[in-house]
Design a protein. Structure first.
Length: 405
């Protein structure tokens, strides 16, 4: 016990010293080097992937103005080089190179909280996109309130956040204690779900070697803290995947396969049966691609449900462990039983819903869900954010190629 405490304290001290060092270096770089008024730094899921809102913004920004320099921060940049477009520059998150890039960039775009050492200069702009617009789980200060002394950096340093619903706007205000500007025209990652392009869907299916004649159900449970802490697979043995596929094929008369995707904070899902009808897509980094091609989504407490409702396709919440989840993981923002979602808490209830799907109106149900959150998705969120970015870059570029920090 004493040894564990000693090791933990040593790690905490080392991390604190690292934060102090990087913070000091950022102040030094700010003092010595000018800002690059045409540089934007992106980071998604704390450097874990090339995905989500930052990816949608980054790619649209390149189309709008290819001359803008884009830097992406990754935990393992050498593994991402073949995944990202060639026009992107990449750097290792938490490295000295990352300190330099952040200190000299005009704009930052993150979808997760920034590191405490990331000092933002007076002429820099920080855009926080977050990664869950219409969720269930309480986050940040709504989950674990922080003292004023230990507040989130975003509370005071953020210049713009994005919201695709009135619900998300309310969460930003309370969870981040944020009082600044919110762009309320949608979430960039969802533009492709508002306006689904058949060619884009077919391209994704070809990339993943999927049969275009088969229907696909996506099973994507959110993380459990136990799995993230233990670094073991998150078990899903209570969910009978083969029975689900059989029920669907019986009720619809067509062939179905199941796509299985683990949350990016867990190493994988355990208890998945060996079958050619079940395809593990956990390594595919961008969830929006999978939502775009899925014909049905089954999740539990993931905000992907609020995104998938935009497709007007069948959406089911399978929550066989709700009491345990509430006790050991997160609290919810609202009573799920008083929401429009189709919910199953047992395998039998899930099979019953699947068998009844031909007689259910999924379009009407999804519209009820979107109305429940007071959704504002326009399908042009990427365009609107990029226009904001370009305006800010052009404003600071007037009369000078470089601006002091």
């Amino acid at each position: 016990m004493h040894l564990q405490y000693f090791v933990r304290r040593k790690r905490e001290k080392a991390m604190f010293n690292s934060i102090k060092l990087k913070l000091g270096l950022m102040h030094l770089v700010h003092a010595m080097l000018p800002l690059n008024p045409r540089k934007v730094v992106f980071c998604s899921f704390s450097g874990g992937s090339y995905s989500d809102n930052p990816k949608a913004i980054s790619e649209h920004l390149h189309v709008m103005d290819p001359s803008i320099e884009q830097i992406w921060l990754f935990n393992n940049p050498e593994q991402k080089r073949t995944l990202v477009p060639s026009y992107l520059k990449i750097a290792k998150r938490w490295s000295l190179r990352a300190v330099y890039e952040l200190a000299t960039a005009r704009i930052w775009v993150f979808n997760d909280t920034q590191p405490y050492w990331a000092y933002k200069g007076k002429n820099q702009i920080y855009i926080q996109t977050w990664h869950g617009d219409r969720g269930f789980k309480k986050i940040l200060n709504d989950c674990n309130p922080r003292s004023k002394k230990n507040q989130l950096p975003e509370t005071t340093t953020c210049d713009l956040t994005l919201a695709g619903s009135d619900f998300a706007e309310s969460v930003f205000r309370s969870a981040f204690r944020y009082t600044g500007e919110i762009l309320k025209t949608g979430t960039p990652r969802n533009d492709k779900l508002v306006h689904i392009d058949k060619e884009s869907v077919n391209q994704t299916k070809r990339m993943l070697s999927f049969d275009p004649e088969v229907k696909y159900i996506l099973y994507a449970p959110t993380l459990r803290r136990k799995a993230t802490h233990s670094k073991e697979n998150q078990e899903v043995q209570e969910f009978d995947m083969i029975a689900v596929l059989d029920a669907l094929e019986h009720s619809t008369g067509v062939k179905w396969n199941m796509l299985v995707r683990a949350h990016n904070k867990v190493i994988g899902l355990g208890g998945i049966p060996e079958s050619t009808r079940i395809i593990n897509v956990s390594s595919h980094e961008d969830m929006a691609d999978l939502l775009q091609i899925a014909d049905i989504l089954i999740t539990d407490y993931s905000s992907s449900a609020g995104d998938f409702a935009l497709t007007k396709r069948p959406l089911i919440l399978f929550q066989d462990d709700r009491e345990s989840y509430l006790a050991h993981d997160r609290a919810f923002y609202f009573d799920l039983d008083n929401s429009p979602f189709w919910i199953a808490q047992t395998q039998a209830e899930l099979i019953s819903i699947l068998k009844d799907l031909p007689h259910r109106d999924s379009k009407e149900n999804c519209e009820q869900i979107l109305d429940f959150y007071k959704t504002r998705e326009t399908g042009q969120a990427s365009e609107d954010v990029c226009r904001f970015i370009v305006r800010k870059l052009d404003y600071y570029s007037i009369g000078s190629s470089q601006v002091s920090n």
